[in-house]
Design a protein around this ligand. Structure first.
Ligand code: FE2
Length: 424
């Protein structure tokens, strides 16, 4: 007997009337119209059953700290970094853990079951590292948390930066991070990329660097990152995050850069909510959007994912852990409003992001984990349009979260009362 049988589900690839058979936490079979004995049965009523959302770029050590000790008045990246510097000495492990756990609760309710979070390694105490390693342990039964050693103040620029980062990796942090555009010079930035890729190669780690988070078209550390990935045989293991300078680069240079990124197997993570907010701050009008060239990167064969980056922290006062909100902003900023473009944006917060994190068992197919989200939408386009309610969230066959369907009861003069959700 099966543990769970879901029937009449629509899958993100468009297949309808699908049954998903679950046994021992895994998907045993995906087929049309299956009927078999099962301990539990769920009628999906033709709605979309998607793999869990994945956030490949987040800062869980800063999340939900908005207003501590003050808000970011200018709204700029640099004031955000300065503000984080003011907050760091005030951080207490217990409070940080509490905020991170609260955020993970929000995430699970939104069907977000895997998060790659950067953790600041600049402080020699590694307080945030220890706190997030504890959070990782606590949430492991319901959420995959992957940590990136992130030298926020610059691995070469801050005293003890390299040593602190190495110690964070020793403690069990999964991925090597960096921030080359924040080092003192372009040359130091390039040197930091080389050094950090070598550390990753020597330890068999993945790499994910904040790369060129700037409007400066001459910030080209992504080129060095691609080169080093290839030189060290790290293809498929390296990610450049943000890459906002690419928005402002010369088109001829980009025509050379895109194939180089594709050839080196470097993935790119864009953070639409944050990029549209923090970039272009030094512009008058017209103001640049500042998001990297998402459709062009995808067309060049680069794996592109979207991250949330920030929720209620020194850089961003909004957000709720909703990756559909991220995809919604991404498709607007990138003008990816074709049906194919919208579906690509859905992939950017599901399968593409899972690939960045090297997650195993992510997907709706036989042999994958029985982890999925039933959405109050009939396809990925409608899911993004409505930021659809996550009716049920399952992980490895276990029901983790349920949210009642969103409906509106209308009492219109001259019309009978009707209840419906926003569909044509
Ligand atoms: Fe970030």
């Amino acid at each position: 007997m099966l543990d769970l049988l879901i029937h009449d589900a629509t899958l993100p690839d468009g297949r309808t009337g699908m049954s998903i058979a679950v046994q021992d936490g895994r998907i045993a079979e995906v087929t049309a119209g299956l009927d078999a004995p099962a301990a539990q049965k769920l009628d999906a009523c033709g709605l979309l059953l998607a793999p869990p959302f994945v956030d490949p770029h987040f800062h869980m050590d800063a999340t939900l700290s908005y207003g501590l000790p003050r808000v970011n008045q200018s709204g700029t990246l640099l004031e955000g970094i300065a503000l984080w510097g003011e907050l760091k000495p005030l951080l207490k492990a217990e409070a940080l853990i509490e905020r991170a756990l609260a955020y993970c609760d929000w995430a699970v309710a939104k069907g977000l079951l895997a998060i790659r979070s950067h953790v600041d390694t600049s402080d020699a105490s590694l307080l945030a590292v220890d706190a997030l390693l504890e959070v990782k342990r606590l949430v492991a039964p319901y959420l995959d948390l992957q940590l990136v050693a992130f030298p926020q103040d610059g691995v070469l620029r801050s005293p003890g930066g390299v040593d602190n980062l190495r110690r964070a990796l020793d403690k069990g942090v999964d991925v090597v991070g960096g921030i080359p555009h924040f080092e003192r010079t372009m040359a130091d930035g390039a040197a930091s990329v080389k050094l950090l890729c070598e550390i990753a190669a020597e330890r068999g780690k993945l790499v994910d660097m904040h790369c060129d988070e700037s409007d400066d078209p001459l910030s080209r550390h992504i080129e060095t990152l691609a080169f080093e990935s290839q030189r060290l045989g790290l293809q498929g293991r390296v990610t450049g995050s943000h890459c906002t300078s690419m928005h402002s680069m010369d088109n001829y240079y980009v025509s050379k850069l895109l194939p180089l990124i594709a050839e080196s197997g470097v993935a790119v993570i864009s953070n639409p909510l944050i990029n549209i907010t923090l970039q272009g701050r030094h512009d008058s009008y017209p103001k640049r959007r500042g998001m990297t060239r998402v459709p062009e990167l995808m067309a060049a064969g680069v794996n592109v994912a979207f991250g949330h980056d920030c929720v209620m922290d020194p850089w961003y006062g909004m957000g709720s852990g909703d990756m559909l909100e991220v995809a919604h902003m991404g498709l607007h900023v990138a003008q990816m409003t074709s049906q194919a473009g919208i579906r690509d944006c859905f992939d950017a917060v599901t399968v593409n992001a899972a690939k960045v994190m090297h997650l195993e068992g992510h997907g709706i197919a036989a042999g994958c984990d029985a982890s999925f989200v039933l959405l109050q939408a009939r396809d990925p386009v409608e899911a993004i349009r409505l930021r659809a309610t996550r009716l049920k969230v399952y992980r490895k066959g276990r029901l983790l979260a349920e949210t009642p369907a969103a409906t509106a009861a209308l009492h219109l003069p001259g019309r009978s009362t009707q209840t419906h959700w926003m569909q044509p």
